[in-house]
Design a protein around this ligand. Structure first.
Ligand code: CMC
Length: 429
């Protein structure tokens, strides 16, 4: 009769062990009883990059990478992108259910009225050089923001926690907008409480002398869709960073700053910037085959915006973004790089190298083109990823704090260095 357990025989000792299976998973600590002798520490698993290790139980985001499925709290990403707004989706991620009409009204109002930042934060921003990368400024500003709210360290007080969540989501667009204005040397544009969340962000980015900034509704909608698509993606690099930093019980601003730093890397949130650089470097359709050959030869060149650790069929976000891109180009005019992107995608998807390795366009392949068409400088792309991902990070952070299984994160190592040796005086080395 089948039982929910795994029988392991250690051929070093001939001993057999029974390990319980729950949710198709064994507990790594159950392997510790597998020992050669009493002095043995016990069996560990070696899993660099966490390729096959579940570090938490989570009810927030479901991904089936083989089938190209992405759901937030059970709702397919396609339906959310079509019918929801980013703020509604953020509530869904944080609370587990879609808000009622009243809840949504209060939530939207609360976020809108928390968009102002303390004036002193402007001095922090002013101290950066004009060419500072906006992601570096964002990381520093989020960290600095936390110093204005010392009560934020009371992470087990639900009311305090919720207030910081509201502040972080609200102020992300202000910090991001102000960071851009600092880069281009323009006066900061303050939030306009009559605008929606994405429209308000565009207002803080681009308002100049108009009394009332009114962004094109098609662009506002496209930005909102992009925010929805980027809001969460289960245990990716930055979310794991959020959980690991948060597991020390530090305040959420510090954890979000750490998560932002992880997102900054070119293999994560920095990839859409790299896509534009790559398309620009390719320059024209004729140069695509030579570029593909370079990628295949592994000459240190990757097809940026392709491949994903979990999606091995297609990235559902890429499909939605490709559609949204055409909506944006109707307003902004066609991007000259789009033609190259479409052709590059066509050639790569028919090439055995990419087919065999299950490499498909990911969320970043087309998002950069939209951002570029909306006049965001390339350096701002990872910031545009970070703005909505804050809601996912915070939802995951709350889940972690309420999970009795969680403790401070502390992986093990296989020690490969020298053991005890005597210190050598400098003259003897
Ligand atoms: N171009 C060319 N070859 C690739 C690419 C690519 N973009 N991605 C993976 N490969 C190859 C890789 O060289 C390896 O080949 P081989 O088996 O011959 O050694 C094979 O495919 C498997 O790749 P991997 O590096 O083991 O896959 P991974 O799961 O560790 O990496 C990835 C995933 C996203 C880091 C990687 O695909 C990549 O670097 N892509 C380009 C950067 C990018 O677009 N990142 C955005 C990810 S989506 C946004 C997000 O969620 O963060």
């Amino acid at each position: 009769m089948p039982t929910n357990s795994l029988t392991i025989t250690d051929n070093r000792t001939g001993k057999t062990y029974e390990v319980p299976i729950n949710e198709d998973t064994i507990r790594a600590t159950d392997l510790r009883k597998i020992k050669v002798d009493d002095d043995d520490f016990g069996m560990m698993t070696y899993d660099p990059a966490f390729m096959n290790t579940a570090a938490c139980r989570s009810a927030i985001t479901f991904i089936d990478g083989d089938k190209g499925i992405l759901e937030y709290r059970g709702y397919p990403i396609e339906q959310l992108a079509e019918k929801s707004t980013y703020l509604e989706t953020a509530w869904l991620l944080l609370h587990g259910e879609l808000p009622t009409k009243d809840e949504l009204t209060v939530w939207t109002n609360t976020i809108t009225y928390h968009t102002f930042i303390n004036e002193n934060l402007k001095f922090v921003l002013d101290s950066f050089r004009y060419n500072a990368h906006p992601m570096g400024m964002l990381i520093a500003m989020i960290s600095a923001l936390g110093t204005f709210y010392p009560e934020a360290k009371n992470i087990f007080d639900e009311d305090v926690r919720n207030r910081q969540i509201e502040r972080l989501i609200a102020k992300m667009i202000t910090i991001a907008g102000f960071g851009y204005r600092h880069m281009v040397g323009m006066p900061y544009a303050y939030p306009d409480n009559e605008l929606s969340y994405p429209a308000n962000f565009l207002n803080m980015m681009y308002r100049t002398t108009e009394l009332k900034y009114e962004p094109d509704p098609a662009l506002v909608h496209a930005l909102d869709v992009l925010f929805i698509l980027h809001a969460d993606h289960e245990q990716n690099c930055s979310t794991s960073t959020m959980r690991v930093a948060g597991s020390s019980h530090v305040d959420p601003y510090s954890s979000v700053a750490a998560a932002c730093a992880a997102l900054y890397g070119p293999l994560h949130g920095g990839a859409n910037e790299q896509v534009i650089r790559m398309l620009t470097e390719i320059g024209s359709k004729q140069n695509i085959p030579a570029f593909i050959e370079k990628v295949k030869k592994g000459e240190g060149v990757k097809l940026m915006g392709f491949g994903h650790r979990v999606y091995k069929n297609f990235d559902p976000r890429a499909t939605i973004i490709k559609k949204a891109a055409y909506g944006v180009f109707e307003v902004t005019g066609m991007s000259p790089l789009l033609e190259i992107a479409v052709e590059l995608e066509r050639i790569a998807l028919a090439d055995e190298y990419f087919v065999k390795r299950k490499l498909y366009p990911n969320v970043d392949f087309y998002s950069g083109l939209i951002y570029q068409a909306m006049k965001f400088p390339m350096d701002m792309f990872p910031v545009l990823f970070a703005i909505p991902r804050v809601s996912g990070w915070l939802a995951q952070w709350c889940e972690m704090l309420n999970d009795p299984d969680q403790k401070i994160a502390r992986p093990r190592q296989i020690f490969t260095g020298s053991r005890k040796r005597d210190y050598k005086e400098i003259g003897q080395r």
